[in-house]
Design a binder for this molecule. Structure first.
Ligand SMILES: *Cc1c(COP(=O)(O)O)cnc(C)c1O
Length: 376
């Protein structure tokens, strides 16, 4: 918690849970990424937190942007950033959205199939495309599995198809899985990328770019390696697989850019037990899975919790949200330790909530308004 956030919360008068993001932390994260890989352009993954002030701040620092929809592209353009700073990184796009992005000036598109290449070729003539390859996500707390990307062998055909249709076959992308705690995780994907570069070269197609994706972690319960450690490991892997012919690279940090910049203030609504004499308490907050904490799904992301009674004796609790859906339980398989003195009405701070919270919050499930967001 930064002093600025502490001060903000002290003066806040509105009711209900809120997330507060400190832009100073975002600035310092951006600079750490830029320093970690000085020759790599940073494309902030807008989906992590598309708040206008965050986008504006990153625009001023010189960041580029990875967008997944026309709406995200429009949000970035509204900051004054030129379309040449935007990548349309979703491999699943409606053809008319590709056309709209092209009309807005976007020239860089992700694909992972021949079918998607054909859409791009029809409505975005001459654009640059990069092909996303599958990555197993090992070592990630929020793996992105098999939904995006194709097998590396197929990527060569996808890129050749793009080349034949008059597009610029530009490069290769991958995502090693979000909250990736292993700095070596890029090595295997970069080996595949280098093999695709070689195979394309044999077919007369010179690729230019490797998109290193996101995956850079934020600190939740445990320390994570610094951006510089990722930079060193990635640079080593680039040298190992590309030798002296290191391609242009870009990276797309999302969680690592904003995760630790914000926290949620929530309130304890109820503390109860399921039977008389049972030790396990159920603690219900005024925020849950549908209020923005969707990444607690399968208890994947475990947020650090702070209470006004930290230091008192603790005991395990099930932590749940306020809605009338029984899926709205945050931690039950592995309960959380909370002070025995915790009381109804206490404020709880949920740390490292700057990424993947506000936009996951439901519009009005059970009538609860979407998560309030303050960027300071
Ligand atoms: C979500 C996403 C990112 C950001 O991932 P983080 O793990 O949050 O850094 C980057 N690139 C693409 C294509 C994504 O879909």
């Amino acid at each position: 918690m930064t002093d600025r956030i502490r001060e903000f919360l002290r003066n806040r008068r509105e009711d209900g849970p809120c997330v507060v993001v400190d832009l100073d932390v975002v600035r310092s994260n951006y600079r750490a990424f830029a320093r970690a890989l000085p020759d790599t352009r940073v494309f902030y993954a807008v989906k992590a937190n598309p708040d206008a002030f965050i986008l504006q701040t990153l625009e001023e620092l010189g960041s580029c942007f990875d967008c997944a929809s026309v709406q995200e592209i429009e949000m970035v353009l509204a900051t004054g950033a030129g379309a040449e700073r935007i990548s349309y990184g979703n491999t699943i796009k409606k053809e008319r959205d590709i056309a709209r992005a092209y009309k807005l000036g976007v020239r860089l598109f992700a694909v992972d199939s021949r079918e998607e290449v054909e859409k791009v070729a029809r409505v975005a003539p001459g654009a640059k495309v990069f092909c996303r390859i599958l990555c197993d996500g090992a070592g990630a707390e929020w793996p992105l599995s098999r939904k995006f990307g194709c097998e590396p062998e197929m990527a060569v055909d996808v890129l050749e198809h793009a080349h034949r249709l008059g597009l610029t076959a530009y490069g290769v992308s991958f995502h090693v899985g979000s909250q990736q705690k292993n700095v070596e995780a890029w090595d295997g994907a970069l080996a595949s990328a280098a093999a695709i570069f070689r195979e394309c070269a044999e077919r007369g197609i010179a690729l230019s770019m490797v998109n290193l994706g996101g995956g850079f972690p934020t600190r939740y319960l445990h320390d994570v390696p610094a951006a510089s450690a990722y930079g060193e490991a990635i640079f080593c892997a680039l040298r190992k697989h590309f030798g002296n012919r290191i391609p242009e690279t870009i990276m797309e940090p999302g969680r690592g850019m904003v995760g630790n910049a914000g926290l949620i203030e929530a309130e304890v609504v109820l503390i109860s037990r399921k039977s008389e004499g049972e030790a396990l308490r159920w603690v219900y907050l005024d925020i849950g899975k549908f209020g923005g904490l969707a990444e607690t799904m399968d208890e994947s992301i475990r947020y650090p919790l702070r209470t006004p009674r930290d230091g008192d004796n603790t005991a395990p609790c099930v932590l749940a949200g306020p809605t009338c859906d029984s899926a709205d339980v945050l931690y039950e398989k592995t309960p959380v330790e909370l002070p025995l003195s915790l009381a109804i009405g206490d404020k709880i701070l949920i740390e490292a909530c700057g990424a993947y919270t506000t936009t996951y919050s439901a519009v009005a499930f059970n009538g609860f308004p979407p998560l309030k967001s303050y960027v300071i």
